[in-house]
Design a protein around this ligand. Sequence first.
Ligand SMILES: C[S@@+](CC[C@H](N)C(=O)[O-])C[C@H]1O[C@@H](n2cnc3c(N)ncnc32)[C@H](O)[C@@H]1O
Length: 234
Amino acid sequence: MPGPGTAISAEIAKFDRLAAQWWDPKGPMAPLHAMNPARMGWIIERLAKGRPNRLDGLRVLDVGCGAGLASEALARAGARVTGLDAAVGALGAARAHAAGQGLDIDYREGMPETLEESGFDAVVALEVIEHVADREAFCRQLARLVKPGGPVFLSTLNRTPRSFLMAKLGAEYLLRLLPVGTHDWRMFVRPGELGADLRAAGLRVADIAGLSMGPGGGWRVSRDVGVNYIVMAR
Ligand SMILES: C[S@@+](CC[C@H](N)C(=O)[O-])C[C@H]1O[C@@H](n2cnc3c(N)ncnc32)[C@H](O)[C@@H]1O
């Protein structure tokens, strides 16, 4: 069910239904909680390069922020964060959690194409592109929102036999880490496809890394992009 613009209404509704459990590290968002330190470490290291005070003052837009796992990590590292999501319920959970943590994050309802402001120092969109209606249009919006030459970070799932086994069958059906139906494997994105979408939007991939789950369930940055991966484009 496509929605208006880059959002798919049924996908947004799915995330809204999970809002109340979003911040439970053992709940349906457990994989996002588990991978958050590794992916945010990779992003923050790149954003902080050459800066004396970490992300102090950097304006970062978190597109598809959900209940704010990435937004909060960025705010804690010193960034001024705007979180954007089409799921109102998830934003309610985001605002309540940030308030409880004493974090000042500007959460907005909408899609990248509805945000009038632009010129952000950096844009992140983590685990979002595999849920959107039109990847290329989505990338064009990310390019519009970042300042010229600024970095855009995206993470997603590769469309490989291994990701079908691990992220779809394993995580949803066998281990029950995610609610059944969280992902549509056909929407997963090969790095070459993401690179082409970004190029069409005027962006070039500058760095790429895998995000891999270790045997104990901990996540780390790796060279294996066969299941989860993250890119930085400019
Ligand atoms: C899997 S969650 C990821 C949340 C967060 N980025 C993270 O990784 O912790 C995907 C989020 O993207 C949002 N979303 C999907 N398509 C969107 C769109 N076109 N515009 C804004 N939000 C969108 C959903 O509502 C959901 O909150």
